[in-house]
Design a protein around this ligand. Structure first.
Ligand SMILES: Nc1ncnc2c1ncn2[C@@H]1O[C@H](COP(=O)(O)OP(=O)(O)OP(=O)(O)O)[C@@H](O)[C@H]1O
Length: 517
């Protein structure tokens, strides 16, 4: 079944504009002082200084390529579709030109929207924008549901100051609402909440739309967030989704455009310029029907090298052949060999993440701090774990695929696939948590003998034929066997008591419901 889906995917015809891409790998890294047009004269050196503060002294190839298409003569003439390996610096590739272009704006309103699939990823991208934007007086907002909706609204929307005794009717009040931010980084769910419910939240002035991790975002409809955004930000007389206006008009009746005199997008007496789109991924879809949803304007395809899937240059892939009965022991020995190095262990589901992490922690005090990071946990716990992992307090994260996309944690030296990934895309995004920004890194995959052939085929999709075996000495496995038996018993008890706990909570809840009915 999986194989059939994979075959179907690869046989999708490539769109004509994807056949002759710009090759990012033909660009050289460019020192900031050689970058043309960096900082318009009025804010000279401020962006350069901000980049230096971020530890950046030159731009990576994909950043130079995007800069070339977005800044200077002929800038932003075409929408950009960017396929570039994990860790190659895609975030800065879009953040820098957007901040530079908006740095000369006269009036504050929401002009750039960046959409990402997960909250932690959005927080990470917001930080990159904030480091640059503050240097040129721009504000960046976050809409991800990290704080209460009321707090988020007060961050995003500025209310008019009411003088005592003056009474505004609701129309006047709406006219006085202003955006507090120039750039918004959002996840689709919270974005839709603001679109539907937040008074004064408008996409009327939007100039830039970035869809990061495009293939992941296009897979999920999320309350039709994309057609809704395109409809709300579209140029008049350009009906992309004629039917959507019927859906939208009653809902958005209360959202009045705030029009102010000026010469920029969405302002009076000025025709609307096109909404500029940038879509990015390390595994960008080539499926025409999916890309059509983005309504790209004369798109330019930027990719890296001749292959569709590319692994980071400094990544080393290794396989560990395991006996099925003792797989957790192979992992434990491997982790002990890598002692002191930050590692992320990936499993195939949130349930196995939980089980594996619990089991590993039943092996007694082994000097490695191991924590779980998965969708089963509350966001506050996840964020706390991530902070501890970033700071080095935790050395090993056991994770489900919630972690695979985009997360950038400094110093991750090793990725371990406890469960073999089913697709090359999954392998790329998991492995891509290491070997970032030109650093070296290793990706180990634990395999049972009968998985070796299939894994080889998966890696070949990224033209990777080199995946040597990493041997784990059998004596090390033997020495852990008695501890393993005890750990398994403890795991069984722990899972049982968790089930019990859940049952007790659900009985309590249903009793409460019965009472209130
Ligand atoms: N020009 C640069 N010089 C030095 N470091 C950089 C530069 N650009 C980006 N980086 C660093 O490289 C790392 C990877 O960047 P980023 O997260 O944008 O990669 P990405 O291409 O989006 O990866 P992914 O596909 O996994 O999301 C980050 O830690 C970032 O700070």
């Amino acid at each position: 079944m999986e194989v059939a889906t994979e075959q179907k995917r690869t046989s999708v015809p490539v769109l004509p504009w994807m056949r002759n891409p710009v090759d990012n790998s033909l660009y050289e890294e460019c020192p900031l002082n050689f970058l043309p047009f960096l900082d318009p004269s009025c804010i000279i050196f401020r962006l350069e200084a901000a980049l230096c503060n971020m530890g950046i002294s030159s731009l990576f190839p994909v950043q130079v390529a995007v800069w070339q298409e977005t800044i200077g003569p002929g800038s932003f003439e075409r929408d950009l579709c960017i396929n570039s390996p994990t860790g190659s610096g895609k975030t800065l590739a879009y953040a820098l030109p957007i901040v530079q272009t908006l740095s000369t704006r006269a009036i504050k309103c929401l002009r750039a929207l960046v959409v990402l699939p997960t909250r932690d990823l959005a927080v990470q991208v917001k930080e990159v924008f904030a480091s640059l934007a503050s240097a040129v007086g721009l504000s960046v907002g976050l809409a991800v549901g990290q704080s209460s909706i009321a707090d988020e609204i007060s961050e995003l929307i500025k209310k008019p100051t009411l003088e005592a005794g003056i009474c505004f009717d609701s129309e006047d009040f709406l006219l006085g609402l202003r955006s507090s931010v120039d750039i918004l980084v959002a996840t689709p769910g919270r974005l839709m909440d603001h679109i539907y419910n937040t008074k004064g939240f408008t996409l009327d002035h939007l100039c830039y739309l970035v869809v990061d991790e495009t293939d992941r975002l296009l897979r999920e409809a999320y309350q039709s967030w994309l057609p809704t955004v395109l409809q709300l930000a579209h140029t008049p007389n350009q009906s992309l989704y004629p039917d959507a206006s019927n859906i939208l008009s009653p809902t958005f009746g209360s959202l009045k455009t705030i029009r102010t005199f000026g010469v920029e997008r969405g302002f009076k007496a000025k025709p609307y310029p096109r909404l500029m789109k940038m879509v990015l991924s390390a595994t960008l879809t080539q499926d025409p029907s999916k890309l059509a949803q983005l309504d790209l304007h004369h798109p330019l395809f930027l990719t890296t090298g001749p292959r569709r899937y590319q692994l980071p240059e400094q990544l080393k892939s290794l396989k560990v052949i395991c006996e099925p009965k003792f797989k957790p022991l192979y992992l434990l020995v491997l982790l002990e060999t890598l002692l002191g190095e930050k590692c992320i262990v990936f499993t195939s589901s949130v349930e196995s993440t939980h089980r594996l992490c619990t089991l590993l922690n039943f092996f007694g005090d082994r000097q490695i701090k191991i924590k779980e990071y998965s969708r089963l946990q509350r966001q506050t716990i996840r964020s706390k774990t991530l902070r501890a992992f970033r700071s080095g307090e935790i050395q090993v994260l056991v994770s489900s695929d919630a972690m695979t996309r985009g997360m950038d944690v400094e110093g991750v030296k090793n990725v371990i696939n406890y469960d073999m990934p089913a697709y090359i895309k999954t392998y790329i995004h998991r492995a891509g948590r290491t070997a970032r920004a030109g650093q070296t890194g290793r990706c180990f995959t634990l395999l049972l003998k009968d998985e070796v052939k299939r894994f080889k085929k998966i890696l070949q999709k990224a033209d990777n034929n080199s995946c040597p075996v990493y041997s784990i000495p059998s004596e090390s496995i033997e020495s852990l066997r008695s501890l393993y038996t005890t750990a398994l018993e403890k795991l069984k008890d722990s899972i049982e008591s968790e089930k019990h706990g859940k049952r007790r909570i659900s009985t309590k809840l249903s009793k409460k419901k019965e009472k209130s009915a």
